[in-house]
Design a protein around this ligand. Structure first.
Ligand code: TTP
Ligand code: MG
Length: 538
């Protein structure tokens, strides 16, 4: 059997609440919730014990627990900063920084090379010669020093190879026959515990962890026991583990795909279904692979079919220090006049600039330099989800920190955003816009790009700059024109969510609108939010 990858998934417990507790320690040990508009986006575990639920309406939550304190969580800066700090802390422990961020509160760690190295050490100690015998020996005698540094023997932690510091994913517990792959996962489980303990000891955050052989299984294992616990899932039990889960819990499936699938499987009989019919096992036994794939378009069918069988070949893609783009988006019932539109463009530009100063600066210095500003619109009349975009070179004034954000925003709107709008909407007297997104794109780590932009803006004086500009224009054509997008498509490939986050796409308050109830939320939270609707329907 080939060596298996070892993947750790971490999810911070009641994340926004933990961040708020750090800010205001008086919140510790009392029930409290974080509010965004009229919903509770999360609540601490004390409030959960009293019956309050994540994504509950504020009014209902207060009825459930009148003594509960409420904190406004509409400014996401604190959560974003804490999330970045925790990610950077974990990256210092994990070799080659193989840590991927999914949203604000989840991480995937590919620890395979750390495990390989340590397994070799175990081999040298002769402990792998008779694994079954090893497990029959006295536990204390199997103490092993897990090395966290190849060059420094003193950096590491002690663990017992036959001890499981947490839960098993299924009732089957330990496999009967122990091979090197089981030892690899046990080592990974010890490392998971070490990382979680470090995060708690140094940063004061608790988390839930999952360990298995791919991202899907680790993530789902991690969700099995919360808060402040961890779960180990051996791949031979993965199908049993998944079969018992509601199909909508498979990342990327979500509420709308589940509906599609159930319709294809049971047609009009759906009303008589019970919760067993929604389980993965039921889907696997009641629909053929061909029919399943037919239900989903855009190749998602193949991927989802693999996922419900525990197969996930996607790699842990270390999240870049600098996002590939920063964008701000908002949706509207209708924007149909310039009087309505202009304040929106100003507000979004201002938010974008503020966001850029957080995400693209470190220790007061710019670390990311976008070279273009892109405007994206969706017309009411367009097909569902169709967006149109155009981009233009960014004005150098954007990088002048001494200038007030409002002032810079006005320059941006006047010089770039309004002209882009006029290019996109040919008749400025007649339009009906339902979505506006302004993005800083083509972000590079080198300030060379920014110099090029300055050259461009002064190109009358410095004609050589046109050559550089032409190269930039060719490159940026890629992000121009019509791009198709719908919430289902965004949901379809859950791994792509990490990219979305890496692009730091936010609406004005960091929210996206739920099509069912109109609640605003972060893009990465849509899936969990849909599960909330799901739970209420059942
Ligand atoms: P979650 O990980 O779903 O929730 P949580 O960390 O608060 O709680 P748990 O212990 O169950 O993991 O989401 C992470 C954060 O994202 C959460 O603290 C608040 C925010 N969020 C929203 O803003 N809107 C949403 O719809 C959801 C589900 C979460
Ligand atoms: Mg969480």
């Amino acid at each position: 059997m080939p060596d298996c990858p070892v993947i750790i998934a971490l999810d911070w417990d009641a994340f926004y609440c933990s961040v708020e507790e750090h800010h205001d320690p008086s919140l510790k040990n009392v029930p409290f919730a974080v509010r965004q508009k009229s919903i509770i986006c999360t609540c601490n575990y004390i409030a959960r014990e009293k019956g309050v639920k994540k994504l509950q309406r504020l009014v209902e939550a207060i009825e459930t627990c009148p003594e509960m304190r409420i904190v406004n969580g509409e400014d996401l800066s604190r959560y974003r900063d804490a999330s970045k700090e925790l990610w950077q802390f974990v990256k210092l422990i994990i070799w080659q920084g193989k840590v991927e961020r999914l949203g604000f509160d989840e991480l995937f760690l590919d620890v395979t090379i750390m495990i390989d190295f340590n397994l070799e050490l175990i081999r040298h100690e002769g402990l792998l010669n008779d694994l079954d015998a090893l497990f029959k020996c006295c536990r204390q005698s199997n103490s092993f020093w897990f090395r966290l540094d190849k060059n420094d023997k003193t950096k590491g932690f002690a663990c017992s190879l036959t001890t499981i510091p947490g839960h098993f994913g299924t009732d089957a517990g330990m496999p009967k026959h122990i091979s090197e792959n089981e030892i690899r996962l046990i080592l990974g489980f010890h490392l998971c515990e070490y990382v979680r303990r470090q995060i708690f000891d140094v940063k004061g955050y608790t988390s839930s962890g999952g360990v298995s052989t791919n991202k899907l299984l680790s993530k789902m294992a991690g969700a099995q026991n919360k808060p402040n616990q961890q779960t180990l899932l051996f791949p031979q039990y993965a199908q049993d583990f998944l079969d018992d889960k509601d199909i909508a819990r498979i990342p990327g499936m979500g509420h709308s795909y589940k509906k599609l699938l159930l319709h294809a499987m049971y047609g009009q009989k759906q009303k008589k279904l019970d919760s067993d019919d929604f389980k993965v096992i039921s889907v696997r036994s009641n629909i053929t692979k061909g029919r399943f794939i037919q239900v989903f378009k855009h190749n998602n069918g193949h991927r989802l079919w693999d996922l419900i069988h525990g197969i996930d070949n996607s790699c842990v893609r270390p999240t870049a220090e600098i996002p590939t783009q920063v964008s701000i988006e908002d949706t509207f019932m209708s924007l149909s006049s310039l009087d309505e539109l202009k304040p929106v463009l100003h507000r979004l530009s201002e938010s974008l600039l503020a966001r850029m100063r957080i995400d693209l600066k470190s220790n007061g210095l710019w670390i990311g330099y976008p070279s273009r500003i892109r405007l994206t619109l969706r017309h009411r009349a367009s097909d569902y989800g169709a967006r149109i975009s155009k981009s233009e070179v960014i004005p150098s004034t954007v990088f002048k920190d001494e200038r007030d954000v409002r002032e810079v925003a006005s320059v941006l709107v006047e010089r770039v955003v309004m002209p882009l709008f006029k290019k996109l909407v040919h008749d400025a007297r007649s339009f009906d816009i339902v979505l506006v997104n302004i993005a800083a794109v083509n972000i590079e780590s080198s300030p060379v790009q920014a110099k090029d932009i300055t050259l461009f803006l002064d190109r009358q004086k410095r004609p050589n700059a046109n050559k550089i500009l032409n190269q930039q224009v060719k490159k940026s054509r890629v992000d121009e024109g019509v791009s198709e997008s719908s919430s289902d498509e965004q949901n379809a490939d859950w791994i792509d969510e990490a990219d979305e986050d890496n692009q730091y796409d936010y609406d004005d308050c960091g929210h996206q609108l739920c099509g069912l109830c109109g609640t605003r939320m972060l893009t990465f939270a849509v899936d969990a939010h849909m599960r909330f609707h799901e739970a209420n329907n059942e």
